[in-house]
Design a protein around this ligand. Structure first.
Ligand SMILES: [Zn+2]
Ligand SMILES: [Zn+2]
Length: 386
């Protein structure tokens, strides 16, 4: 045997190439070195075999480790040499690269598909947990045939594909290469079986459209995106096969008062400015009802009060988040004359520059009327030269 080339060199990759890089390099090289693309090159087949051999070793972590330590000696006699069978060298990958289909086809999974159900709940329901009755339209088991799909008798192997579920067809591609293409059998839907006397209700599927009523228990702490899995409550399997799962995905509606950030809640509450200055108590909302908090004297606008444990419970955990109350100073807009007087006195005492005598509604109307009259007089004078 001639001197063997280094496998990394054959694939044109570095010694530290990732499995993905090895695979990509192989695909790229296989396309250019394929004997059917290089019909005039007498060495093409040899080079293609060499490529397959290199890929066989470098794509297998164990063989590659041995090769890295001991070189070709490590992999000789491991069945890597020669290239007895092209299919062993990732021909499936090559097939995919050339034709966009796979050489190997598996039967369709008879298992029922998983399904998703989006459920909207309120923040209160999320906080305390809730029970919901949901109606889930899905493919359920056909009661008429109990999911078997047959009206009478048993399924028999499909005569069109001899029970394999696949049909093979020989074609010649544009490289002049004879290929066998494999397609799913349309007679039996690739299942390999046909039902001589199908159930009339479900047409032999063993399932039909139904709406199931389910009781969903949502534990405390759910957030938008929380999921609950109901085993085997998804679509029924084909002819009695295992049903898929139902995934209930929670969406928590935004709340009028509370804004949620993780397990913490935030709310804004108006604080009378006298209470802010003098200190006192403030009634604040929580998910559990109203609470009274102590406001220290000199509390500023935007101050955050933290109510430990009044946030949301942890989803399927023991902890609780906190509630933060941000205070917004409440500036009154409906002062009585007495209140105005008191505030005015307060401002004078502080040396604040305030409006001396705020105008009442009557005063304002009187001024407006006087302005209009003055205007009228001016215009008359201009017109009559008075
Ligand atoms: Zn068939
Ligand atoms: Zn049926």
């Amino acid at each position: 045997m001639a001197e063997k080339r280094d496998y990394y060199e054959v694939l044109g990759v570095n010694r530290d190439a990732s499995p993905d890089e090895v695979k990509k390099a192989y695909r790229r090289m296989a396309r250019t070195l394929h004997p059917d693309v290089n019909r005039d090159d007498p060495h093409a087949e040899e080079r293609f075999k060499e490529l397959g051999e290199a890929y066989d070793v470098l794509s297998d972590a164990q063989k590659r480790a041995g090769y890295d330590r001991y070189g070709h000696a490590a992999v000789n006699g491991m069945g890597a040499a020669g290239g007895q069978d092209f299919a062993g060298y990732g021909f499936g990958d090559l097939f995919e690269t050339f034709f966009g289909g796979t050489a190997q086809m598996s039967r369709p999974d008879p298992r029922g598909a998983d399904m998703r159900y989006d459920l909207e709940i309120t923040l209160e329901e999320a906080a305390f947990g809730t029970e919901k009755v949901i109606h889930v339209p899905h493919q359920g088991v056909c009661e008429t045939c109990q999911g078997r799909g047959t009206a009478e008798g048993h399924p028999v192997p499909c005569p069109a594909c001899a029970g394999t579920g696949q049909r093979r067809q020989s074609t010649t591609n544009f490289f002049g290469l004879h290929m066998t293409s494999v397609t799913p059998c349309d007679r039996c839907g690739a299942t390999g079986e046909i039902i001589p006397h199908p159930c009339k209700v479900c047409g032999g599927q063993g399932r039909k459209s139904v709406v199931d009523e389910l009781q969903a228990t949502i534990p405390p702490g759910a957030n938008t995106g929380s999921r609950l899995r109901f085993r085997a409550k998804g679509h029924a399997g084909l002819r009695g096969a295992q049903a898929g799962d139902l995934l209930v995905v929670i969406h928590v509606r935004p709340h009028d008062i509370f804004e949620r950030r993780g397990d913490d809640l935030f709310a804004q509450v108006r604080l009378p400015f006298a209470t802010a200055a003098l200190g006192g108590r403030l009634t604040v909302p929580t998910l559990q009802g109203e609470e009274v908090i102590d406001v220290p004297p000199g509390t500023q606008h935007g101050h955050l009060f933290r109510l430990r444990g009044f946030g949301m419970p942890e989803w399927q955990g023991p902890r609780h988040g906190d509630l933060y109350i941000a205070v917004a100073l409440d500036v009154p807009t409906d002062l009585t004359p007495r209140q105005r007087e008191l505030l005015h006195e307060f401002a004078v005492e502080r040396g604040d520059d305030v409006e001396r005598k705020p105008k009442g509604l009557f005063q304002k109307m009187k001024e407006t009327v006087e302005d209009v009259m003055e205007d009228y007089r001016d215009k008359s004078r201009e017109a009559f030269g008075g």
